[in-house]
Ligand binder design. Structure first.
Ligand SMILES: NC(=O)c1ccc[n+]([C@@H]2O[C@H](COP(=O)([O-])OP(=O)(O)OC[C@H]3O[C@@H](n4cnc5c(N)ncnc54)[C@H](OP(=O)(O)O)[C@@H]3O)[C@@H](O)[C@H]2O)c1
Length: 305
């Protein structure tokens, strides 16, 4: 597995990151066993970086991962464990509370502590703010980061779904270097290529982590805006490329993401051991610039100007 250094972490991260959002399945005993097998399959395939959030499966995904750590404690030091917080569901803590974002010191600190307990670990390698809280006070967040670092509960910090200006603004308050921005990047959502997110990652030596990387290729993207003609054009071009590279379309699209010089790290969310391993083949594709643009053209339905 190819690797990439993230900030000052004490080991490089695998270029493909395993996303744990789906490892609880329907919460049945069988699904949980499948989730644990997926984690082990990812380790066997060379993934050493696992992405979580407090809200995945309402904490269940972290708990399942924590069980694996308990069963195989030697894994802890081999892995980079990331989690996120900041999103509060409606109905918490009281029934009539609305869904909201909360970067208050009390809330973030409590969520990090709860994640550590569920994951059965002493410290997160990376902690990310999950979605920008419209009302966040960067001074408070900076103090929270410093306290979590001092207490040894988090080694490194980052953000998710932040705009470049939000990253710069928070960084200007925080002595903790922001190491990653985890954003949606796929053939449907190409905003990171256009809105400065990837430019900023290059400039500031941050690593972009891409969520839902294969949306549109195997399932409909969040907030899908594509009509059927667009989807057909994308698949027609992907069929051609799949034949050219002798690969499956969803693996080709991972190569499409990784060719960017910002070193996009796709977060792979399959719970199928064969697919988890197969995704690593994307790292061997010598993907061509002209194919990148052919796919963009198929997506946009017009040539670049
Ligand atoms: N920061 C954020 O706001 C945010 C938001 C969303 C997600 N995330 C992170 O990103 C990670 C990845 O997102 P994701 O789970 O959407 O990843 P993904 O890899 O784009 O999608 C995984 C889904 O696609 C299915 N799939 C994969 N290959 C397939 C194929 N060849 N044919 C049919 N279905 C296929 C998988 O089913 P099988 O399990 O059956 O293979 C699974 O349901 C999450 O786990 C989470 O860690 C972050």
């Amino acid at each position: 597995m190819k690797t990439i250094q993230i900030g000052h972490l004490n080991q490089p991260s695998s270029r493909l990151i395993y996303g744990c959002m789906r490892i609880n399945g329907d919460n049945s005993a069988d699904a949980i066993e499948q989730g644990k097998n997926a984690i082990r399959a990812a380790v066997d395939a060379g993934y050493n970086h696992f992405d979580h959030a407090d809200i995945y499966g309402n904490g269940e995904c972290e708990r399942i991962f924590g069980e694996v750590i308990k069963e195989s404690p030697e894994l802890r030091d081999q892995l980079i464990i990331t989690s996120k917080a900041g999103i509060r569901f409606a109905g918490t803590p009281t029934a009539d509370d609305v869904g909201r974002y909360d970067f208050s010191k009390e809330y973030i600190t409590a969520q990090v502590e709860a994640s550590l307990q569920r994951l059965n670990i002493d410290a997160l390698d990376l902690f990310l703010l999950h979605r920008p809280d419209y009302l966040f006070d960067p001074q408070v967040v900076a103090e929270t980061f410093e306290q979590l670092k001092r207490q040894g509960k988090v080694k490194q910090f980052g953000v998710s779904n932040f705009s470049p200006s939000q990253v710069s603004m928070l960084q200007s308050f925080s002595t903790e270097k922001l190491a990653v921005n985890q954003v949606e990047i796929n053939i449907h959502n190409i905003s990171a290529f256009e809105n400065g997110t990837l430019d900023q990652c290059l400039e500031k030596h941050m690593v972009p982590m891409a969520w839902c990387p294969i949306a549109t290729v195997v399932y409909e993207a969040w907030g899908n805006t594509f009509d059927q003609d667009t989807v057909n054009r994308i698949h027609q071009e992907l069929d051609r490329q799949a034949q050219f590279y002798n690969e499956e379309k969803w693996i080709v699209i991972l190569a499409w993401l990784m060719i960017h010089p910002a070193n996009i790290c796709p977060i792979v969310g399959s719970t199928n051991p064969e697919r988890i391993k197969a995704a690593t083949r994307a790292l061997d594709i010598k993907y061509r610039r002209e194919d990148w643009y052919r796919l963009l053209q198929a997506r946009n339905g017009q040539p670049v100007p």
